[in-house]
Structures are given as C-alpha cells and as structure tokens.
Design a protein around this ligand. Structure first.
Ligand code: GLN
Length: 197
C-alpha cells in the first residue's frame, strides 16, 4: 500500500508511523511518501491530510497543484484520512477566506470552535465501528457545525460531531496520530475489519 502524507506543513512523522502500524496489523506493509509537490498523489493508494495551520496548508496545496490531485483521488473512491486542519481543508466551507476548501467532505466547520473554549483537551470518545472508546487529543480543534446528507457521523463530543465519514474520506477534529492507537487509521484505510487497539 502506498500512503501519501500531505507534508507541506504539519505533523507528518506521527501519521507515517500510525499508517505503518495499521497496515502491519493487517499483514500488509505501507510505503509512506511525503507529498510536497504535484505528481505524487496520483500514485498513492491512500492519503493522509495532517493537522497544522489550515490557512497555510490550503495556500500551499493550491500553489503546488496538489489540490486538484486530492480531489481526483477522492473522486476515484480512494481512501483519505483528514485530521484537524486537514478536516478544515477538506470541508465544503471553512468560513474563512484564507481557506480555499476542497469540498471533498460535505460539512461546514468552525475553525477554532473548541480552541476558543479550551486550547486543548483529551477525551475518551466512543467511535462508530470501534468496540472500545478512542482516546482523542484535541488541539485548537475545529467543530463541525453542518453535516451534509450523505455524511455519516462517527463520533460526537457535547453533541457536536468530531469524526465523520463521507464516502472514501474519514475526517476527525482530533489528532488520532498522537497516541499509539492506530484504530482511526485502520477505520479509514481498512474499513469493516477492526483489529485490536
Ligand atoms: N485550528 C487550526 C487551523 O485552523 C487547526 C489546529 C490543528 O490542526 N491542530 O488550522
């Protein structure tokens, strides 16, 4: 499995580790490539859109011509895991002129909604498709405030969605790469076959 991590900015190494662990749990190996230029995404089986600063990530993926390739990847039905700023960039509407959202996840987001209340927090979150709750780390996390019809909500905190699936894309407000638990990567890349945490 060839996994591309969008590496224009943000937490790349942790995602690379998590996808390797998820693949190993399925008896597969993942070749992880860092995506900073166009021409790499078309060869990838799965993509990771990490956290960071969504305004910066958005500017760079458009400037480098990576944005249309991500849209084509999703249109081809290939898996994506988008986390935190990655979710903001993938959304339909980020309500911020500096984010040219890709529209591959039919949700609108409020960029720093959780962050305004509390900069970061952790919570044990029950997730659809996982038998045990997931220890979720939120860092200046976006809230999802509108969910389109075809979007499945996988997890909520205080009645607000924090993990969703829209076709081949799984998107989370939190950072699943920051713990040893790779079940969210598993859910995104090996749907329907949960392995032990
Ligand atoms: N709030 C940040 C943004 O708007 C995202 C934070 C994160 O990815 N941890 O880009």
């Amino acid at each position: 499995m060839k996994a591309g991590v969008i590496a224009v900015q943000g937490d790349v190494a942790e995602h690379a580790e998590a996808v390797r662990r998820a693949a190993a749990a399925h008896g597969e190996s993942a070749e992880v490539v860092e995506v900073r230029d166009s021409g790499i995404v078309p060869d990838c089986d799965v993509l990771l859109m990490p956290g960071g600063e969504s305004t910066t990530i958005s500017r760079l993926i458009h400037r480098e011509g990576i944005a249309p390739e991500i849209r084509e990847h999703v249109a081809a039905g290939k898996p994506v895991l988008a986390t935190c700023a990655g979710l903001i960039v993938c959304s339909r509407d980020a309500k911020d002129d500096r984010v040219d959202a890709l529209g591959v996840v039919d949700v609108s987001v409020d960029r720093n909604a959780f962050g305004r209340q509390k900069d970061s927090f952790e919570a044990k979150v029950p997730v659809e498709g996982l038998s045990e709750p997931f220890h979720a780390v939120f860092i200046r996390a976006p809230a999802i405030d509108e969910v389109g019809e075809g979007v499945e909500t996988l997890a909520t905190v205080d009645d607000r969605p924090v993990a969703v699936r829209d076709g081949p894309v799984v998107a989370t407000s939190f950072h699943p790469e920051l713990t040893e638990d790779s079940r969210i990567h598993d859910l995104a890349f090996f749907p329907g076959s949960e392995v032990e945490a």
